[in-house]
Write a protein of this length. Structure first.
Length: 352
């Protein structure tokens, strides 16, 4: 008679993770789920919706779809940061013990912790200095096996930088690492290999950062003020409306801005930052055109402006996979255009 096989306990697989005091501090918060491939319908071809990886509504996954469900595919994204969609860590572990990674929505000011996310392309010397930071409460490998996740206590000087304290993420200028403050963080539960720990401990040179306070201050001092505007403040509708003189505005904007745009190299090839810079430049030139046509009695809504900006951007920004994603129910770049328009309108209103 063959013996009955019982499933292994994840707590035994990953004792460093489940037994860590910092992780246990976060465990009782009902903000845990897993990441999954979410399908989203597109107006171009609804029969072939793209996929994007996102934290899922895990309660819906466990309960199963009903006849009223209208989302594409078996999964839907988490739309609330509480028990509506999410679980505690113990509930998640019991329900899906073989999940490859867990996702937690970190709220640094509430949790008293932050996550230092070191990217796979971070130079080894910089990564080693970060791994030498005193006070690391938990460390692990990233999904690629080349980066690291470090859980750190909230810096004592956190509130010395009010602008930075209100950010969701503080990112190093090259994109090598970032501090997650109000953001999803994934946990692989895979410990840092002993050989890396030994190499870091053997370092004799002075570290670049003496404390988490030192690192935070270096990133926080460059944080810029945010208008507080949301891209959702701009209604773009499902399809581009009939906008007077739209083609002329787009062509004249592109003719004026084409040789004035910055290069991706100016942003260390961080394409998201470069694309937002392009949108900002196009918006500046487009405002001149909009004012000219407004003088003829034409009124342009913020949604009109976002659509015009989006169409102009498509002419100068090369396509990349991220553009197939959707944000706030619209194409990624259209949402980025709406975000910029919302921000500029809010800033303009505050100075009038």
């Amino acid at each position: 008679m063959r013996p009955t096989m019982t499933p292994a306990d994840p707590h035994a697989w990953f004792p460093q993770f489940y037994g860590n005091p910092a992780i246990r501090t976060l465990a009782s918060a009902c903000r845990w789920t897993i990441s999954g491939r979410i399908r989203e319908e597109t107006p171009d071809d609804p029969t072939k919706p793209p996929k994007r990886k996102a934290p899922i509504d895990v309660r819906h996954l466990l309960a199963g779809c009903t006849s009223s469900c209208q989302h594409a595919g078996p999964l839907r994204g988490a739309f609330a940061l509480d028990e509506t969609c999410l679980l505690t860590l113990d509930e998640l572990t019991a329900a899906i013990p073989k999940a490859a990674n867990a996702a937690f929505y970190l709220q640094a000011q509430t949790d008293g912790l932050l996550v230092l996310d070191i990217e796979a392309d971070c130079p080894s010397g910089v990564a080693a200095d970060l791994l030498r930071l005193p006070g690391i409460l938990y460390s692990e490998l990233s999904m690629s096996g080349q980066g690291f996740h470090l859980v750190m206590p909230l810096p004592k000087n956190f509130h010395d930088f009010p602008v930075a304290a209100g950010k969701r993420v503080l990112r190093e200028e090259h994109g090598w690492y970032e501090l997650l403050l109000d953001h999803w963080s994934t946990f692989t539960r895979q410990p840092v290999p002993d050989r890396i720990v030994a190499h870091v401990n053997a370092a004799t040179t002075a570290p670049a950062y003496t404390s988490i306070e030192d690192l935070y201050a270096q990133l926080a001092v460059n944080a810029s003020e945010n208008s507080g505007a949301s891209p959702s403040d701009v209604d773009t509708a499902d399809d581009m409306p009939d906008i007077p003189y739209s083609q002329a505005i787009i062509e004249q904007t592109l003719a004026s801005a084409r040789h004035q745009l910055r290069d991706p190299g100016d942003f260390n090839h961080d394409m998201s930052r470069w694309e937002f810079s392009v949108l900002a430049s196009l918006y500046g030139w487009m405002r001149t055109q909009l004012r000219a046509y407004s003088a003829l009695g034409v009124e342009y809504s913020t949604g009109d402006t976002a659509w015009l900006l989006y169409k102009a951007a498509l002419d100068v920004i090369p396509a990349r996979p991220k553009h197939s994603e959707r944000r706030n129910g619209r194409p990624f770049l259209l949402d980025r255009a709406a975000a910029l328009v919302a921000d500029r309108e809010a800033r303009s209103s505050s100075t009038n």
